[in-house]
Design a protein around this ligand. Structure first.
Ligand code: MG
Length: 308
């Protein structure tokens, strides 16, 4: 059994990619099993030990919406941060920001939508109304020297509205960055994007003066397109890629066990391409196997399955 890929570099790619690990937040919030806070703290520690340097730890969304992450405050008190590792948390509104600041968080993320239907369903607001809601969150965070990332969901298509117009995605993304967010994570929430679409969208951002240095990508593997879409983004100059250890999280908008791009699958491709990540693949796979036992279902990651 191959334990690591053959390294054969490809021209036109970055030397190094930062993996933005979303398993503890985006992964666990979309799993039906609720894991104890001690397991979450150990998960964070194992991810950092495996070499991940940006790990979204949890969310300060209201517990009635996301009961899986109701222990956000307790987790931040319990966890042991590893020096040099960033632990952003998701913050939906000013109340969430208050809670994050109480726990001394140094980075947050807000979560917007490119489509009106998803904004209504997920945020109970219009797209414009949600930007208005985020404005004071970002302003107050920056005043407290807290960095803010913006997620933008449904950037390729949406289950209710069909394909998302590229100009629309760029308009909303530009507004989120205009609030003062340092990075925009372009999300394919239902996993319908294909590489030409990714390239066209990134080109449209560049034409608006928003280069790949301010963008991250967040692909879902629902239709098996996450890695090829990632490669298209790397060729366009993107160097921050979101992924979830073990591929946990499913797809909340489709009856599929496969949602978030698995970090192990991403690492296998990047190391094969000779792109540095700093991640120890074997250590990460052991972590995902350990977590899958806690979740009571096998990891959907192909690489985890192949190596375990
Ligand atoms: Mg996701």
């Amino acid at each position: 059994m191959m334990r690591q890929p053959y390294e054969v570099p490809m021209a036109g790619l970055p030397e190094r990619v930062t993996i933005y690990e979303v398993g503890p937040r985006d992964g666990l919030q979309n799993e039906s099993a609720v894991v104890p806070v001690e397991v979450k703290a150990e998960f964070l520690a194992r991810l950092a030990a495996a070499g991940l340097t940006t790990i979204e730890a949890t969310s300060f969304v209201h517990p009635t919406w996301v009961p899986q992450l109701a222990d956000a405050g307790e987790l931040l008190s319990l966890m042991t941060p590893m020096p040099g590792v960033r632990y952003p948390v998701l913050v939906p509104n000013e109340r969430g920001l208050d809670r994050a600041l109480e726990h001394g968080v140094s980075e947050i993320a807000v979560f917007g939508s490119a489509t009106e239907t998803f904004a209504r369903r997920n945020l109970n607001r219009s797209v414009a109304g949600s930007i208005e809601m985020f404005a004071p969150v970002v302003e107050r965070a920056l005043a407290a020297e807290v960095k803010v990332r913006a997620y933008l969901s449904m950037c390729f298509g949406d289950p209710w509205e069909g394909p998302t117009p590229i100009g629309r995605v760029v308009d909303v993304g530009e507004q989120l960055l205009g609030l003062g967010c340092h990075e925009l994570s372009i999300g394919d929430t239902i996993g319908v994007g294909t590489p030409g679409h990714v390239t066209a969208l990134l080109d449209a951002f560049a034409a608006r003066g928003i280069g790949p240095g301010r963008l991250a990508v967040h692909f879902h593997d629902t239709y098996g397109q996450a890695l090829v879409n990632t490669l298209a983004a790397l060729r366009a100059g993107v160097t921050v890629v979101d992924a979830s250890a073990g591929g946990i999280g499913g797809c909340p908008y489709a009856e599929s066990a496969t949602g978030n791009l698995a970090t192990e699958d991403l690492v296998w491709m990047l190391h094969g391409l000779g792109v540095e990540t700093g991640v120890d693949l074997e250590s990460l796979v052991r972590t995902s196997v350990w977590l899958s036992e806690k979740l009571g279902r096998p990891s959907p990651s192909r690489v985890v399955q192949a190596l375990s």
